[in-house]
Design a binder for this molecule. Structure first.
Ligand code: S5P
Length: 478
């Protein structure tokens, strides 16, 4: 069995042999003059090569994302999408390019349901415009588009351009890898590599020319945007739901129901339910946990419209954490909308959890910083946590943090260590006010435990925390 890299090498050489990649002087669609040109249309004449290209494209799909269909960017990628669709038994959609002149024809051919996530397939990207146009067409028909795969990324800015528009791009190979392969096999010389590199250096800042009213929101920055506007920037269904309910209910309070029995936790959930967007649990401290608890809690979540987060803080290797998530007596995956995890073990933990979610609306919050004194998370660790979430936005919903770790409006920042009466506890917990957490430190959601659970009236205390935290949010967005 050849490795993925060996197969990429083989396909690149075969493409070169049939002039699917050429060197010389070429004018690109954007008007740029390029010393290298890709013409993957030729592969239709070489069925085996076409199949190899399609296989590699499919293998680069993001893990853990469920796609209802594929759509090739017309026209070059159409046959590749067809091969993927037939081999994977995955429905295909066709985007009509000529829709505007025909008017009455459908924009998208094929059957689909609103909300279906469609995976875009493309041969080559420069600025990302063609992928963008396809995403806009699909989204205008009610489909979701979170991801696209391309065979060659020309490394001229498309990935960043498309990320801003909510489409994550993965590529089978990039220009550097391709040049390295061709050079290694003596197909091109150093001079040609130099010419391509010089060209790349001067043509990094490609932009996507956007259509007016394309319905694709671009970020103004998390801290200045309303929850509602941010909901439109993400395809993560859970984040969208949460942002919308926060705006509807006018609350950004999460209560930590850290109580020793499930009965007490349920009672609290019912009392504070009208004032919260989320209830956070630690079910492993309950002396009487039984199957009834999640069921009753979900009923209350439905009644009061809040999400449930089990604060499990997974921190083991992916396979163990996935078992803790989905198997065992707590069966967390069956009932918690969100779970917390430490990014420490690496992205395998995130992909393992996401794989066990099996198409259910689930998500993870990455603990990027902690509220406790002497916390070991360095700035570098926190930045790596953010990068990890950015690479897996279909499952990573945001962060548990003490500062504004990201300006990306798709991600939530939840801040614990909030109290209006205490400054610290006896074991290192440190508190700040809701105003400071939201206004100065950039929290979207404040997490309050004992400030509510130990209050004389938890309902009243929750109402007051919610009022103060939401007012601080309104002030922040201006
Ligand atoms: O850094 C953190 C992360 C979390 S999730 N610091 C925290 O305190 N938490 C959780 O927030 C903690 O597990 C507890 O459930 C809650 C804080 O509770 P409080 O009683 O101190 O408000």
């Amino acid at each position: 069995m050849m490795s993925f890299e060996e197969r990429v090498e083989d396909v690149v050489l075969r493409l070169f042999a049939v002039e699917g990649v050429k060197f010389g002087q070429f004018t690109l669609k954007s008007g740029l003059l390029s010393p290298i040109y890709f013409d993957l249309r030729v592969v239709v004449s070489y069925p085996e090569l076409m199949e190899s290209v399609a296989d590699l494209l499919w293998e680069r799909r993001p893990e853990g994302v469920q796609f209802a269909s594929v759509c090739g960017v017309p026209y070059t990628a159409l046959p590749m999408a067809t091969i993927i669709a037939t081999k994977q038994k995955l429905p295909m959609l066709i985007r009509r390019k000529e829709e505007k002149s025909y008017g009455t024809k459908r924009l998208i051919e094929g059957h689909f349901k609103p909300g279906d996530n469609c995976f875009i397939i493309e041969d080559v990207i420069v600025s990302g415009s063609s992928v963008y146009e396809t995403a806009v067409s699909l989204r205008s028909c009610g489909l979701e588009v979170t991801d696209a795969v391309v065979f060659v990324d020309r490394q001229q800015g498309a990935t960043a351009n498309l990320r801003k528009l909510g489409v994550a791009i993965r590529s089978v190979c990039d220009m550097q890898q391709m040049l390295a392969i061709l050079l290694r096999h003596g197909k091109i010389d150093d001079k040609q590599v130099g010419a391509v590199n010089a060209f790349l250096k001067d043509s990094q800042e490609t932009i996507i020319r956007r259509e007016p009213n394309d319905g694709v929101a671009e970020s103004a920055g998390r801290l200045r945007m309303s929850f509602g506007a941010r909901a439109a920037t993400t395809s993560q269904a859970l984040v969208r739901r949460l942002l919308r309910l926060m705006e509807e209910k006018r609350t950004n309070l999460c209560v930590a129901a850290d109580l020793g029995t499930s009965q007490a936790a349920l009672q609290l959930a019912d009392q504070v339910g009208p004032h919260i967007c989320m209830l956070k649990t630690h079910v492993d401290i309950m002396t009487d946990f039984s199957e009834a608890f999640p069921r009753q809690l979900r009923e209350l979540a439905l009644k009061h419209n809040f999400l449930i987060c089990e604060d499990r803080k997974f921190a083991d290797i992916g396979s163990m954490s996935a078992a803790q998530f989905a198997d065992g007596p707590f069966a967390i995956c069956d009932w918690a909308d969100l779970v917390t995890m430490h990014p420490l073990p690496g992205e395998g933990l995130l992909t393992a959890l996401s794989a066990r979610a099996e198409g259910r609306q689930r998500g993870a919050l990455l603990v990027a910083q902690m509220s406790s004194r002497g916390c070991l998370a360095t700035a570098q660790y926190t930045a790596a946590a953010v990068k990890m979430a950015e690479a897996h936005p279909y499952f990573a919903c945001g962060f548990v943090a003490q500062s504004s770790v990201t300006s990306d409006p798709r991600f939530l920042v939840l801040t614990p260590g909030v109290s209006v009466s205490a400054a610290a506890d006896a074991h290192g917990q440190q508190y700040s006010s809701p105003e400071r957490a939201v206004g100065e430190c950039g929290a979207d959601v404040v997490i309050v435990g004992r400030g509510v659970t130990r209050a004389e009236s938890p309902a009243e205390a929750a109402g007051e925390y919610a009022r103060r935290a939401y007012a601080a949010y309104l002030q922040r967005i201006g």
